[in-house]
Write a protein that binds this ligand. Structure first.
Ligand SMILES: O=P(O)(O)OC[C@H]1O[C@](O)(COP(=O)(O)O)[C@@H](O)[C@@H]1O
Ligand SMILES: [Mg+2]
Ligand SMILES: [Mg+2]
Length: 323
């Protein structure tokens, strides 16, 4: 059995990765182990229900959003490699160690609407190198391609850790002793797929290219795509991405006309960038319709973005439709 600690040591030696970076990821994994323990107990650990507060983005917080956020912050603050944190649930960044080398960004709890109904949820994380100088918001606003590590923990039927240091994607299962055990596989996203994920209830608000794309998929084997497609929607992006990693597929949360201030619902820094890096490292692709996700220059910590990712054949076709 190779556990996470042994994997990290071996991976760091093989690819000359700084120990401070693998330690930072180990700290994130440790925090997620604590979150997983609370998720597993649900009502018995008092994590279900609303927190009665809202976050900077005007979203109602669940108790577990707040608890997961605090667990991550408390653990990461103890790691001297961490210079600062940014979280979906925090208004601004949290400064940690002045001499720290890394910035950690996270969505502490993805899929909040699924917490109280016992459907898969997760934690998504991204690690950047801290530029020199006194910590400021601009230091976090690096394009996704600058990430040095990223991944997620999925609290599903099993608790899984999926991570990348840009040398492929690695998968771990949490065992009964709360140890992440390495699953010696290198997940690769199938190039072709017949499965798509989109929230169809927003259909009337989509732009023309997405309208056309979904209409073509729904036409099935009698349409221009010449095959039947199946649809899934979990409403936890982390679970959708994991499904795509394991068996292919395409995921869309496109720009829509519901609110002109929100070009897409998902967050670039906490959701789209880390998951795009995982997807690219597994042979898939991610873009916003026009630009590769990892090339987008961020302008704000809580910036939202349209997301299309997954199997290459579908994502390339979507980009073509967007012109
Ligand atoms: O289909 P809906 O209700 O718009 O929302 C689903 C999307 O919202 C999210 O839950 C947003 O994440 P949070 O729970 O972190 O706010 C994504 O994971 C998911 O893709
Ligand atoms: Mg989320
Ligand atoms: Mg969240």
């Amino acid at each position: 059995m190779t556990d996470l600690a042994a994997f990290l040591q071996q991976h760091r030696e093989q690819h000359t990765i700084a120990a401070a970076l693998t330690d930072t990821v180990a700290t994130i994994a440790a925090a997620c182990t604590d979150i997983s323990a609370k998720v597993r107990l649900g009502a018995l650990s008092g994590v279900l229900g609303a927190a009665g507060t809202g976050n900077i983005q005007g979203e109602e917080q669940k108790k577990l959003d707040v608890i997961a956020n605090n667990i991550l912050i408390d653990k990461l603050k103890l790691n001297s490699a961490v210079a600062g944190l940014a979280s979906e649930e925090e208004d601004g960044f949290v400064a940690c160690h002045e001499d720290g080398r890394y910035l950690v960004l996270f969505d502490p709890l993805d899929g909040s609407s699924n917490i109280d109904v016992n459907i898969s949820i997760g934690t998504i994380f991204s690690v950047l190198e801290k530029p020199s100088g006194r910590l400021q918001t601009e230091h976090f606003l690096q394009a996704g391609k600058q990430q040095v590590a990223a991944g997620y923990v999925l609290y599903g039927p099993q608790t899984l850790l999926v991570l990348t240091f840009k040398h492929g994607v690695h998968l771990f299962t949490l065992n009964a002793d709360n140890v992440f055990v390495y699953q010696n596989t290198s997940p690769q996203i199938l190039e072709h797929t017949a499965e798509f994920a989109i929230n169809m209830s927003n259909q009337r608000h989509w732009e023309a290219p997405v309208q056309q794309y979904i209409a073509e998929l729904l036409a099935g084997e009698t349409g221009v795509r010449g095959k039947n497609y199946n649809m899934r929607w979990v409403a936890s992006m982390v679970a959708e991405v994991h499904r795509i990693l394991m068996r292919g597929g395409v995921f869309l949360y496109p720009k829509d006309a519901r609110d002109p201030n929100k070009p897409g619902k998902l967050r670039l820094m906490y959701e789209a960038n880390p998951l795009a890096l995982v997807v690219e490292q597994a042979g898939g692709a991610a873009h916003n319709g026009h630009q590769n996700m990892l090339d987008i220059q961020p302008t704000g910590l809580h910036q939202r973005v349209a997301v299309m990712l997954g199997s290459r054949a579908e994502t390339e076709y979507l980009q073509k439709l967007h012109g």
